[in-house]
Every structure is written in C-alpha cells, then in structure tokens.
Design a protein. Structure first.
Length: 105
C-alpha cells in the first residue's frame, strides 16, 4: 500500500486539475444518490430475490440493476435530498459565521 499511496499523492492533484477543465454534470448528478445506493441495495436485492428465482440470469441481473437504481433514487428524493436541504438551511448561519481564534495556553 505505501507505493500506491505515493502514486496517489502525485496523481490526485493532476486528476483534480483536469476535473476543473472538464466538468461532467451527469456524472456528478449520479454521484448525488450514490450513498442511497449503498443504503438501499441490500434491502432491494433481498426483497426481489424470491420473485426472480425462475428468471434467466442475465434478465434477472438487468431487472435487479434497474430496481436497485430506482429504489436508491426514490430514497434519495424522499429522504436524502430533503435532509441535505434541511441541514443547509439550519446550518447556514453557522457556516457564514467567522471562526473564532483558538485560545493558546
């Protein structure tokens, strides 16, 4: 891992500067609900395992993928996005306040 960390140390600034030059909004939009995928995928897969038991594997995989993405996006719209907006609303005044200097002993 240390050699990989050294590689990342030099690669990451290059990647971030390249990202500023090209901005892919659709990829960023997909990233908004990626945490919802993490939260909901297992529940969705568990719920659809039995109904898809007799379906051809490739078709079952496509159905699973679409249902996981759909449920994650629904969860994002219903729970995650309103929560983020609420947090920004109530945290707004604190975010704008100037930080207090640290008291040194």
């Amino acid at each position: 891992m240390p050699p990989f960390a050294i590689y990342c140390y030099f690669w990451l600034p290059l990647e971030l500067s390249a990202l500023k030059k090209r901005h892919y909004r659709y990829v960023e939009y997909l990233g908004l609900f990626s945490y919802s995928i993490y939260l909901t995928h297992k529940l969705t897969l568990t719920a659809i395992t039995a109904p898809l038991a007799g379906v051809e594997p490739v078709l079952a995989w496509v159905i699973e993928l679409l249902l996981v993405l759909g449920s994650a996006y629904g969860f994002y719209l219903a729970v995650e996005r309103p929560s983020h907006r609420f947090a920004k609303k109530i945290g707004g005044p604190r975010l704008k306040a100037k930080p207090q200097p640290a008291i040194e002993a």
